[in-house]
Design a protein around this ligand. Structure first.
Ligand code: G4P
Length: 531
């Protein structure tokens, strides 16, 4: 069956890392392997440089780059690989979190010198929430880095995941010799090589092969034998099931910029990474192999040209076959919609496609009818889980600077928040509170309101620590809480009450005083309530 065949050959994943660990470089090398690009330097980093925090044009430029590289598809050894790009800048973390809801697995890049960094931890929290399978690539072995055992310890401890080394480095930095493949017991010698994809691979007869010393030197050979013995004693053997459940992470060592260790990573990845499978909707479990189409929107990108207010909605197919020009049910609006120019991204090229399969992400032209989380089906009502809003961390009141443009401001802020640029909460019926995970978003909103909607705004900061969606089976207690704390209660766009905790302490007090109220840090509870 065509559907089953297409599903089995698809691998949809994201590469995640703390900025500068080597995500862009690794992406580029993977595309080189896939023949999707032919020269190094073709993939532009979509990270926003630290110096650019107040330079809006730079942000715009970066947004332009990131739409081109949002999804990169290529073929490798008969597999169709879809890499979903995630913004590097931490202020766009929510965008990254949402992208992670659309992948079947991730590759985490860690800098061997820096180990686990702040963003690595946060991104992994999101993966853990969804039991996403993770492969770890420890990068920059050509530089002096940390002891590999220490690094694995840190990964296990901070990321709360069992690690399983698949390759092992022989020295590092200036004296880096290569990696020993613990799985097929081969040796891969290091050659600095930034432009081509070939590298010397030497088959040896395991760790006891006397030739080992000829290749890597006597001291390194002895150290490797010692390390391997220790590894076999310390780490649990690799188990596919453990990896698939997100409990064990296979670890590779290499140097992305030198294209070293990347082939092993990719070959293992296509072998073990899951193809699209089932996905939980509030109503039922949806299997990729079902004939009827279903999928959801996880990202919306506005046109950079202010004269064209159209947008691209990124739609992830969960089941069935998507066809161009066919009518589908827009679940939230309860109406039929069809798309005459759905696009797919092959490396840098955007092409109109006639069909697409589970695991694929397609771009749908939209003039404002699609929102993040929206579902398309062939008639059934489905709400996919796991596309929540996350609690913002910075809150500001939106002030209207031009009363004659009130309508434009209203429309603009609603549309921008539908796109997921920020979250909007309304207090006392009219006061608009904008919540984001980073300061940059406020610049983005102000700039876009002015240039795309002709509205003028400013922001007044609020001293809130976090927002929590509140629910309770005890309506009386909920009403009482909302009455007593009215100054820190607002409503999200779907009219769910949200509590702004000024501090961690205030949250604790609220929980103690109102034990029957549940405080949710993501909006995931909404889909659960639809059971
Ligand atoms: P990111 O997307 O995760 O933010 O990282 P990116 O790939 O842009 O890499 C960050 C820097 O690390 C780049 O240097 C890149 O060349 C370098 N790099 C990546 N992999 C390796 C590696 O294996 N070894 C070494 N030594 N460096 C590596 P840059 O100076 O910031 O940029 P560029 O001018 O080299 O492009």
């Amino acid at each position: 069956m065509e559907l089953a065949k297409e599903i089995a050959r698809r691998r949809t994943f994201a590469i995640i890392s703390h900025p500068d660990a080597g995500k862009t470089t690794l992406t580029e090398k993977l595309l080189l392997f896939g023949g999707a690009i032919h020269t190094a330097g073709a993939v532009k980093s979509n990270k926003i440089r630290k110096s650019a925090t107040s330079d809006f044009m730079e942000i715009e430029k970066q947004r332009g780059i990131s739409v081109a590289t949002s999804v990169m598809g290529f073929e490798y050894k008969g597999k169709r690989i879809n890499i979903l790009d995630t913004p590097g800048h931490k202020d766009f973390a929510e965008d990254t979190y949402r992208t992670l809801t659309a992948v079947d697995s991730v590759i985490l890049v860690v800098d061997s010198m820096k180990g686990v960094e702040e963003q690595t931890e946060r991104l992994m929290e999101v993966c853990r929430m969804r039991h996403t399978p993770v492969i770890i690539f420890i990068n920059k072995l050509d530089r002096e880095g940390r002891n590999p055992f220490e690094l694995l310890d840190e990964l296990e401890e901070k990321l709360d995941i069992q690690t399983c080394p698949m390759t092992w480095p022989i020295s590092q930095g200036q004296t880096f010799k290569g990696v020993y493949n613990l799985f097929d017991k081969s040796l891969n010698l290091f050659e600095a090589n930034t432009s081509q994809i070939g590298q010397k691979l030497t088959d040896i007869e395991g760790i006891d092969d006397p030739k080992l010393a000829d290749w890597v030197g006597t001291a390194n050979a002895a150290k490797l034998r010692e390390d391997v013995e220790l590894i076999e004693g310390v780490y649990e053997p690799y188990e596919l099931e453990m990896y698939r459940e997100g409990l064990q992470a296979p670890v590779f060592f290499g140097s992305a910029v030198n294209n070293f260790g990347v082939r092993e990573l990719l070959d293992t990845f296509i072998d073990i990474a899951p193809c699209p499978h089932e996905r939980e909707a509030s109503e039922r479990i949806v299997y990729a192999s079902e004939a009827a189409l279903s999928g959801f929107v996880f990202k919306i990108h506005a046109n950079l040209d202010p004269n064209h207010c159209d947008r691209t909605a990124f739609f992830k197919i969960c089941s069935g076959r998507f066809e161009r020009n066919k009518f589908y049910q827009h679940t939230r609006l309860g109406k039929k919609v069809r798309f005459s120019n759905p696009t797919q991204f092959m490396a840098q090229e955007k092409n109109v496609i006639d069909e697409a399969w589970p695991g694929d992400v397609i771009g749908l032209y939209d003039n404002g009818s699609l929102k993040i989380g929206d579902t398309l089906t062939e008639g059934e009502t489905l709400h996919f889980r796991g596309i929540p809003s996350f609690s913002p961390e910075i809150f500001k009141v939106l002030e209207n600077r031009d009363p004659l443009k009130t309508k434009q401001l209203e429309k603009g802020i609603r549309q921008l928040t539908d796109e997921g640029v920020a979250q909007l909460f309304v207090q006392y019926g009219t006061r608009k509170i904008v919540g984001t995970v980073g300061e940059l978003q406020f610049d983005v909103i102000q700039f876009r309101l002015e240039h795309e909607y002709g509205a003028q705004c400013s922001f007044t900061p609020l001293r809130f620590h976090k927002a929590f969606w509140i629910t309770s089976d005890n309506q009386k207690q909920l009403d009482e809480f909302m009455r007593r704390r009215a100054n820190v209660i607002a409503f999200d766009k779907e009219d769910h009450p949200v509590f702004f905790a000024e501090t961690e302490w205030m949250l604790k007090i609220a929980k103690e005083d109102f034990p029957e109220i549940e405080f949710h840090s993501t909006s995931e509870f909404k889909t659960k309530n639809q059971d």
